[in-house]
Each structure stands twice: as C-alpha cells, then as structure tokens.
Design a protein around this ligand. Structure first.
Ligand SMILES: [Zn+2]
Ligand SMILES: [Zn+2]
Length: 646
C-alpha cells in the first residue's frame, strides 16, 4: 500500500486494514498516506465519490484519526478545466474571485477566494464534495477581505511554491507520528524553559519516555539586549529530539523565537490554529523589520521564519490531532486573541492529561467569547497568572472611561493616542469607538489607524468563526464592524504631520508598549502638547517606554537611529486595564474553580513573582479548590516536575 517501512509496524498495519475495509471497491482505492497528523485516502473513481458523502467522517469515527479523501493526481482535471467548472457551478452569491485561485498540485487542494465561502462548501460539505467528484480537486475556501494583506499574499505564494517539499515533509512526519509506541511504562515530566515566575519568553518542555513536545517558544520584548533574559533557556533543549512545537497564540512572548529553532536545524512541525499562523507571519515579519531599523538584534532572519511557516500544521478548535505516538493535542478557544488556544494534551492512552491555558480571558469581550472550561480529562492545569495579584475594572466601566477620555480630549481640541498591539486590543477598541459614535456618545471624529493593526484586522475579517457571536454575524451579513466611515486606514508615515493637525481626532497605532512602530512616532509628535491624551489599554512590560510613561515619568529619552532624543511628557496619561486580554485575579480563581473535570495539580506560570505568589496563596486558601487540587506549584525556570510521580 504505502511504503515498505510499514511492514515493521504492527499497529499501523492493523489501522490500514480497518480503513481499507470501509472503502467501497468502486472508488478504486489507489493509496493511503500518512501526511502529518492526517490519513489521506487517494481514490481514482472521483465520480463515484458523490455516493459516499459521509465516508471520511465514518472512517474517522471508527479509527479515531483525522481522515481526508483526495482524488489521485492522474484522475484530476487540468487546472484550467477545474477552474472553469468551479466558477461555473458555484452559486453567484459565493462571490468567487477568478484571480484568487491557488492550485496546490502536491496536495490536490485548490484555495478559492470567495466573499461567502459557505456557498462553496454547502451544508454537510455537499457542494464541496460535488466539486471534488467533478474536478478531482478539493476546494479550500478563503474569505475575501476588503483590503489586501501583502504579507499574507506573499506567504500563500511561498507555501504553494513549497508544496512538493511540504508533502514530503508531511509524509515523513506522518510515519513518525503514527509509529508504534515502544515503551509500556511511560512518564510525564515538564520543565519550564521560560516564562516561569516572570512574563515573557514562554516555553515549556513536555517529555515522556516516547516523545518531546515544546509548548510555546517566545521572546521577552522588554529584555532584548540580554539573551540570558530575553530567550528561553535553550541550552538543555535537544532540538533534534523534538517531536513538535505547539504555539498557543501569536504574541511575541509565545511565538517570537520559533524561527530560531529552524535556524538551529529543527525540521519538525509547529502546530497552531490558522489565524495564529497568519498573525505569526505578520507579527514576526514586522519584528524583523522594526528591529533592523532600530539596530536591535534578532537571532534569526526572514528565511528561518519562512522555514517555520513551511513546517506549520494548522488545527481547528476542538479537533483531536496526533502529534506523537503517545500524545494527542486538542486546542480550545482561549478568548485572549484571534486564534488563541488553550492546549489539551492527552498522553499515553489515558495515562495523563495536561491543560495549558497559554494566555486566556475568562470573560466575554466584544471581540471574542470567553475561554473554554470543559475537557475530556484533566490531571494538571498549567495556568497563566499575569494578573494574579490585581483586579481589573469591569469591561463596561473600562469602555465608559475610554469614551469619557476621548470625549474630554476632543472638547479641548486634542488628539487621543491609543497605542495597541497589532492583534486584539486594536480591533476591540475599534468596536468600542465605532459603537460610541453610533450611539452619539462621542462626536463623529476621525479615527486614524496606522501600522500592523490594519493587516491584522483583515485576518479577523477572514476568520469570523473565531470571533464573538455578534461580530461573526455582522461579518456573515456583509458588514465590516471594524472599518466604518469614520475610520481612516493609513499606510506609511507620509501623512503623519497632517494627521496630528486634524483636531480633534483619535489615533490608534502599533506598538502597544511604545517600543517600536508608528505609535512611538505619534507619541513624539503629541507628547509635549497638554491638550492631547495617551491611553494605555494593555500590559506594559518592565523596561519598555510604555511602562515609563505609564509610571509617570515627565521626561523620557527615545533612541532613534542610534541618536538619543529627549521628550517632555505633558499630555494626559491614562491607563485602562479593563480591556486586557488576560483574566484578572477574580477570573483566574473562577477558572480554577469552573474547569471541568477538576485537576489534581495546579501549576502557575506567566506572572511576576508577586502575582504568582498572591494567586497561589488564594488558591490554597480556597476550601473548594483544596478538595481536588492536592498540589499548587509555583516553579521557576529550569525546575522540572515529574507529573506522574505518586
Ligand atoms: Zn498573549
Ligand atoms: Zn503572554
């Protein structure tokens, strides 16, 4: 069937046998391949496929693996013929872009840009299956967005070019992931490589006797100058033995150093959601560009980033994926950022289950719904604790305060600058301000948006299924809740001097901690005029300009192209933590209480020592939590925890 190597593997052989039993003879089975976590069934008689619309699901249920059915290359129509049929057969409402079709010969998939992708899938995949039977190509719809995202276009083209290599990579990986389990007695050990008793450079190594998985691999943006503080502790990592890297979300402190692994020769997979892959591409590319300009050293280049993206395998929420012979991964909504995931690892046929929250928000926002709490099993919970020592103001109050600041700044003819991270807060703030203008709580002033936040907004529009119900429905109805008439998208720095003359107005710009991006440029232009305001809506890491301004420094120096500029800070400085994508102390406690089933061990990470210790002591004081959590641990980097020890 597939390669001869399989004959050595009893378990795999049994698996193939039970798959083959389900495939009707008339489909003319040609091959079964393990492609990464997927099992791909290739058939020749594409026309007969319409008779078996549920075949993939039926087999997936039986063998508990991800199954895809494809048509053998020799039974597919040519690209031109396929393109004609896809356009001709698809309903007009789908709004297919004839110039937005990307054929991937290696996988037999065709990316199709459409305004309403639902129409080219159809209920229960009916329409997609019909197109597969007619053309032999498997349609993967891509939602059209109102403006072009340059980075994403480049990356899609790059990945298509790499598709031969990628197929080979997936097949080699598939053999590895589905190899038989060797050891009967297994153990689970985790080691903090970064982000324990600190925030930044998150990295956790999960080891069993069979396999090694890395959870996140971030960089500490507040400590760029010192690799001993900025990078996870790499020395003890044997990169050639890694089975996979799982990235919870695209923030730099979780994803920022992933390309470094590839620079050092790692050629295994990165698992994450689709939106996270795209946000990672945008944000890491930006990190490289901004760093180059400011003379900051990043230990990898664009080539390594592209290599990382080539090796990325996307997973959907709630979808079980084999990442090693003894480890199954499922990601769930974390409510923190578009595509952010809580990681559930099922290890060793029921031996042990870990839930790693990554960054998470246990409350609904306008943009996202709250973090997931229900899991099949949980023995250990690894929970972020950024706000373990503090309470945030309720969301409604935070919104009211933001609106009030914008209003009073407008009344004194000033400009409100809101520095944001590219992803998350920027989109949330747009939703809040657009709504406030609609409700006439603030006058209809211009809202300028500059920087990465624009590309990121396009990614949000591409994946409405990852957003809150309200925003999702707006997008399905053809609305754009982010970019209304008052919102002006800016490209490049040319207009900046004019924009700071448009009074009153609001400027939303990246980056959120004022350590790079257009936000710093606007800050320089606005800081000395007391009519203006700056509003921080996110976490300000120690050592960043944002932290200094937030803490009330009246004069700050900014390094621009190796020259130091002194800036007087006269504008109104405000900080609203109620927009945070992190859970506050109350929400963290509630999560530890609500998670189901209940963990025996709770491990706190991703917090400054005072936050970690405050949260740990609260958890220990809770009678309810003590009834199930026998251990509440607050390890440091380099501490290992043997989770399966009795
Ligand atoms: Zn984050
Ligand atoms: Zn984080």
């Amino acid at each position: 069937m597939t390669s001869g190597r399989l004959l050595l593997d009893r378990g795999k052989l049994m698996l193939l046998k039970s798959i083959m039993e389900e495939i009707p003879a008339e489909l003319e089975l040609s091959n079964i391949e393990f492609e990464g976590p997927l099992i791909v069934i290739y058939v020749r008689n594409r026309k007969a496929l319409v008779k078996y619309p549920m075949l993939a699901q039926t087999i997936a249920k039986k063998v508990r693996k991800r199954i895809v059915i494809r048509v053998s290359p020799d039974a597919r129509l040519s690209k031109e013929e396929a393109k004609k049929i896809i356009i001709e057969y698809s309903p007009k409402e789908a709004g297919i872009d004839p110039n937005g079709m990307y054929f991937d010969e290696a996988s037999g998939e065709v990316l199709v840009k459409a305004e309403k992708p639902g129409y080219i899938i159809g209920k229960g995949n009916v329409f997609r299956n019909m197109l597969l039977a007619e053309t032999g190509w498997r349609v993967v719809p891509l939602r059209t967005t109102p403006f072009e995202t340059k980075t994403l276009k480049e990356i899609t083209n790059y990945l298509i070019k790499q598709s031969e290599y990628r197929l080979e990579f997936l097949r080699t990986l598939g053999e590895r992931v589905h190899r038989d389990v060797i050891y009967k007695n297994n153990y689970v050990r985790i080691t903090g490589l970064g982000g324990f008793r600190e925030v930044g450079r998150s990295a956790i190594l999960v080891e069993t006797r069979e396999s090694r998985i890395l959870l996140d691999f971030g960089i500490n943006v507040g400590a760029f100058s010192d690799p001993f503080k900025a990078y996870p502790i790499i020395d003890i990592l044997r990169i050639d033995e890694l089975d996979g890297v799982i990235v919870t979300h695209a923030h730099l402190d979780h994803a920022g150093l992933v390309p470094l692994l590839y620079k050092y020769g790692y050629r295994g997979p990165v698992y994450t959601t689709k939106p996270t892959r795209e946000l990672m591409a945008i944000m890491l590319k930006d990190l490289l560009e901004v760093s180059k300009k400011s003379g900051r050293y990043i230990p990898y280049g664009e080539k390594d980033l592209l290599t990382a993206l080539t090796h990325t395998i996307t997973v959907d929420y709630d979808e079980v994926t084999d990442v090693a012979p003894d480890i199954k991964l499922t990601m769930y909504n974390a409510g923190h950022l578009l595509g952010s995931g809580i990681v559930h690892l099922h290890i060793g046929m029921g031996l042990y289950n870990i839930v790693y929250t990554g960054d998470f928000k246990y409350a609904d926002s306008r943009l996202l719904s709250r973090a997931h709490t229900e899991f099949p099993r949980v023995e250990a919970l690894i929970m972020e604790s950024t706000y373990g020592a503090s309470l945030q103001e309720p969301r409604a109050q935070a919104e009211a305060r933001l609106i009030e600041i914008v209003k009073r700044t407008a009344e004194r003819n000033g400009i409100t600058l809101i520095p944001v991270f590219a992803a998350g807060r920027g989109q949330e703030i747009l939703l809040v301000l657009n709504n406030a203008i609609k409700e006439k709580q603030i006058p209809p002033i211009n809202i300028y948006v500059e920087g990465l936040v624009n590309e990121v907004t396009a990614v949000h529009l591409q994946y409405p299924e990852y957003l809150s119900k309200k925003v999702r429905e707006d997008i399905y109805n053809g609305e754009n809740p982010f970019i209304t008439d008052n919102v002006k998208i800016l490209e490049g720095p040319v207009a900046r001097p004019d924009i700071v003359e448009d009074r009153p107005s609001v400027i939303i710009a990246t980056n959120g901690m004022l350590n790079g991006g257009p936000a710093v440029e606007y800050f320089k232009l606005l800081a000395e005029d007391p009519r203006n305001s700056i509003v921080f809506v996110g976490y300000q890491a120690e050592g960043t300009l944002g932290r200094m301004v937030k803490d009330g420094m009246k004069e700050v120096s900014i390094i621009v192209e190796n020259k130091v500029e002194a800036i007087k800070v006269n504008l109104e400085v405000e900080s609203i933590d109620g927009f945070s994508g992190h859970s506050d102390q109350r929400e963290l406690l509630a999560y530890a209480r609500d998670i189901n089933p209940k963990p025996k061990t709770i491990i706190l990470n991703h917090g400054e020592p005072n936050a970690i210790d405050a949260l740990a002591s609260l958890l220990k004081k809770s009678k309810e939590i003590r009834t199930y959590a026998q251990k509440i641990l607050t390890p440091s980097n380099l501490d290992s925890i043997h989770l399966t020890a009795q």
